[in-house]
Write a protein that binds this ligand. Structure first.
Ligand code: WTA
Length: 656
């Protein structure tokens, strides 16, 4: 991998300081206060985190060491501390918040439920007992393949309660993708629903589980199904149970055990540039602290807030900011089943108006979809309850930022553009809403305690405005601990890309970025072969493998092409076996094939046939050239390593 060739052409010097009204009531009230916190954390990271761990969380037993970094890159935080995340998210709030809504849920068809902390406690205790009755023990893995319904959060919290690691698989993934993840995580139990609502249709989930389990190597012995959409499904005797039957029979008495701080909390699969998806492992104590502090300071959470993070629980944002960070703070968290959709263009604004949402956090791709559907929809609703906004998932175009600021925030809500990753557990680079003046398109400054930097491949900091690699120089509590069952991959992917010097390890994030003269970070995008489409990370390798598994396809190369709505769209270049007809029917079939292998999120927007793919002499596909072709740009840069230049000429002819 070379230095990122992406050059930032963005010229953005608008500056939006928080209003004094917002700052005066905020947890962190000024840039000065932020700087003091950051300097203290830089001088003594362990002191900084341990003080917060002591004051903000409940521990059954205190740790003997804050950070064990004696075997880098494998970190341990709060060593020998005893904690329970479900206790911190529920039990400790019962004394003062038992009747406060913990979860406000709205289904896509308009059905709704409000679950108080007391009710959440009962449901989570019961489901923890259900899991135990199905033989689940501390250390086991449980698959969760569910729509956005409260039972998804209840299942996650029940796993956390008994120290079983959950592995949530996004409900939009296909049976094949689900199977791979269940096998890799060696899950015994899967929790699912008959179906979920998405864009006015029922997404059948249980049938996908049945298909995923229909292979000899799948370790799952028990499936627990929530009745949500009530279509006909089949139940396998002995293996399948209804959620409501098991819950009816379960006791609600399940005291939270004291678990080790490093007890595995969850595995969440994410795409890498090569090979199969990686099972990112997070553990209990450090993750709890990091989710808690970032949620509290970045969203300025207060007792009366109605906080809505619009992410699906299948992604890390749903884990950290729909469920754990919000509940650990005793907040009211909104869960919404629906996606932005033209058939109901006011749906999101209705939810804000109905529940008087005060904090709204979503992705740039959703914002662009809202812009397209028209200002009249938000303008027709009362959005005056909103006091701050956030975005996550990809760089936000300044114009989308300005729309969010004006049309949704009415020019009074601070916007936090939060940069982070599945691997980082929580937000790493972000404004603090009462402290940081924002610039549209910049994630601004590192969270206190995060030693973020922009470096070259030797690990040297680059100068102001120079492009480089986003990196982190010191461990933080929310960091991933390993790749499930593959510690070598963890070491290589994240910690040896920049070779450690004098025993100092640097975390390599895989994003290109620059820092301006004010120290603000501008993230430019991935430097590896990962496509970010509609805020979802997809490895080119996974989509290529799916295409090549079709009998007509000889070879496939997949690249991202800039797209107004999704950020990037998947474009596939294909060579065919024998003399297949290169026609529309085959294109349709190949797109459907990718959907069934991976899921609709990976469906190529465009498929182009080629006689051959451009390769280097060592046989590596030159995706850089294909990216330019897909975007309709001139091929710039070096093509001297190309093995056969005529391939390029032909492709160029086709593309124009
Ligand atoms: C990208 C999502 C620019 C980035 C939480 C990162 C962003 C990848 C931002 C992680 C942002 C996320 N600005 N780019 N505010 N937030 N990204 O693991 O490329 O699904 O590496 O985590 O999304 O995606 P993931």
């Amino acid at each position: 991998m070379s230095q990122p060739t992406i050059e930032s052409i963005l010229q953005e010097d608008r500056l939006f300081p928080p209003s004094s009204e917002f700052s005066s009531q905020a947890h962190i009230k000024s840039l000065d206060e932020y700087k003091k916190l950051s300097e203290a954390a830089q001088a003594d990271p362990e002191g900084f985190w341990s003080k917060l761990a002591e004051t903000e969380l409940h521990w059954f037993e205190k740790w003997d060491q804050v950070l064990d970094w004696s075997n880098p890159p494998f970190a341990k935080w709060f060593v020998n501390g005893k904690i329970n995340l479900s206790y911190n998210c529920i039990d400790r709030h019962l004394e003062t918040r038992s009747d406060k809504p913990a979860i406000i849920w709205e289904g896509e068809p308009g059905d709704a439920r409000i679950i108080t902390y007391k009710q959440l406690h009962t449901e989570v205790c019961k489901f923890a007992n259900v899991l135990k009755s199905q033989g689940v023990k501390t250390g086991d893995r449980v698959g969760i393949y569910m729509p956005m319904i409260p039972e998804a959060a209840i299942a996650m919290l029940a796993c956390a309660r008994i120290g079983a690691a959950h592995s949530v698989v996004f409900g939009g993934f296909s049976a094949e993708a689900l199977r791979d993840r269940l096998v890799d995580a060696d899950a015994k139990v899967v929790v699912t629903a008959d179906g979920g609502w998405r864009k006015d249709k029922i997404v059948p989930l249980k049938p996908a589980v049945d298909a995923a389990l229909d292979a000899p190597n799948v370790p799952v012995t028990t499936v627990i199904t929530v009745k949500r959409t009530a279509q006909d499904i089949t139940m396998a005797e002995g293996r399948d149970h209804w959620w409501h039957d098991l819950m009816d029979a379960a006791s609600d008495d399940c005291p939270a055990p004291a678990l080790d701080s490093e007890q595995m909390l969850f595995v969440l699969y994410t795409s890498g540039s090569t090979g199969k998806p990686k099972g990112v492992v997070h553990t209990t104590g450090g993750y709890n602290l990091y989710a808690h502090m970032t949620c509290k300071w970045i969203f300025d959470l207060k007792e009366d807030d109605v906080y809505w993070c619009g992410a699906d629980i299948g992604w890390i944002t749903g884990h950290t900011y729909v469920v754990y960070g919000a509940l650990s703070n005793g907040a009211t968290t909104v869960m919404y089943e629906g996606a932005p959709r033209p058939s109901n263009p006011g749906a999101f604004w209705d939810v804000i108006e109905k529940y008087k949402v005060t904090i709204f956090y979503t992705a740039p791709t959703a914002i662009r979809a809202f812009i397209k559907m028209g200002d009249e929809h938000p303008n027709a609703r009362d959005l005056s309850s909103l006091r701050m906004l956030g975005t996550v998932g990809e760089p936000i175009n300044p114009e989308a930022w300005m729309w969010y600021h004006k049309v949704i925030g009415k020019e009074k809500c601070p916007i936090v553009d939060t940069w982070w990753q599945t691997e980082t557990g929580g937000v790493m680079i972000t404004p603090l809403p009462g402290a940081t003046p924002t610039k549209p398109g910049s994630a601004t400054l590192p969270f206190p305690g995060i030693q973020a930097d922009i470096v070259d491949l030797e690990g040297n900091s680059v100068g102001p405005n120079d492009g480089g690699f986003l990196a982190v120089r010191h461990p933080w509590p929310g960091m991933m601990r390993t790749v499930y069952n593959n510690p070598e991959r963890f070491r290589k992917t994240y910690w040896e890309h920049i070779p450690p010097k004098d025993g100092k390890y640097i975390y390599f994030a895989g994003d290109g970025a620059r820092r301006d003269a004010d120290g603000y970070f501008w993230v430019m995008g991935r430097v590896d072969d990962v496509i970010n489409t509609a805020g979802h990370r997809l490895g080119t390798m996974e989509i290529e493998s799916a295409l090549v598994s079709h009998p007509a396809v000889a070879e496939a190369a997949v690249v991202g092409k800039p797209d107004d709505l999704k950020g990037e769209e998947v474009v596939a270049f294909i060579t065919l076996e024998g003399d297949q007809a290169q026609d529309d029917a085959l294109i349709k079939e190949l797109k459907a094939h990718v959907v069934s292998e991976i899921g609709a999120i990976a469906r190529p927007g465009e498929i182009r046939f080629a006689d051959a793919l451009p390769k280097t002499r060592s046989g590596k596909i030159m995706r850089r050239l294909l990216r330019s072709l897909a975007a309709g740009q001139e091929i710039a840069g070096d093509t001297s390593t190309l093995e056969d230049r005529s391939v390029l000429e032909k492709l160029r002819g086709e593309g124009s």
